[in-house]
Design a protein around this ligand. Sequence first.
Ligand code: SF4
Length: 236
Amino acid sequence: MKARITEVFTSVEGEGILCGTKTLFVRMAGCPFGCTYCDTPGSLPAGSGTEYGMDEAAGLISSSIEEGTYKVNFTGGDPLVQHEAVALLARGVQEGGTRTYLESSCFDQARFRHVLPHIDIAKIEFKTRDSGFAPPGRHDAMTAEAAGCLRAAVASGRTTYVKVVVGAGTSEDDVAGIADLVLTAAGRDLAGFVIQPVHGEGAPPMDLLMRLHGAVHSRYPGVRVIPQMHKMLGAP
Ligand code: SF4
């Protein structure tokens, strides 16, 4: 087995409920989707990045963990594209005593369940209909995959939260529907529900953002709007 990795770097976590924590990012190569707001286009091709042997990749990661690092974030691309490699690498990180974190669109329950035993914190991303994520006619089926991943993560006792990226074209009904689905799948065992506005072009106006917040708040009062902080800092 090999691992294709675009980059390994330390920065400040800029998204979600652990925003602000010092984090080692392991950006895995490959994602077959096409979200309009994707900010890692260089990692989408399956052949991007550098191919490493598993021992070499594990060594690169372990030697990159600095003092004060809160977690290792397996990101992408979508890390489930290389789920077997991610599971092995995450297991090694855990054995070395550092928390592991997965951020994924969760497009495949079987792949997610393979990785889950080696993940401490799971960020499950639900995609809106205007995201451009799902191929035509596949949105509902792919949302169901994400819901299955959410159920599995919560049932396993992992710290699990949901992120929904919203833009100028996102509808309240869509976000309300996601919130209903999330609460059905996870109950109240959710560590958070984050609405993340698109940064820059395509960003939602403030009045829409507040309506989208309201659509979730009436179902899950702990919802938070959290922009991508690392972009404000100019961090990678
Ligand atoms: S799933 Fe993530 S990595 Fe893939 S296109 Fe969408 S935003 Fe980019």
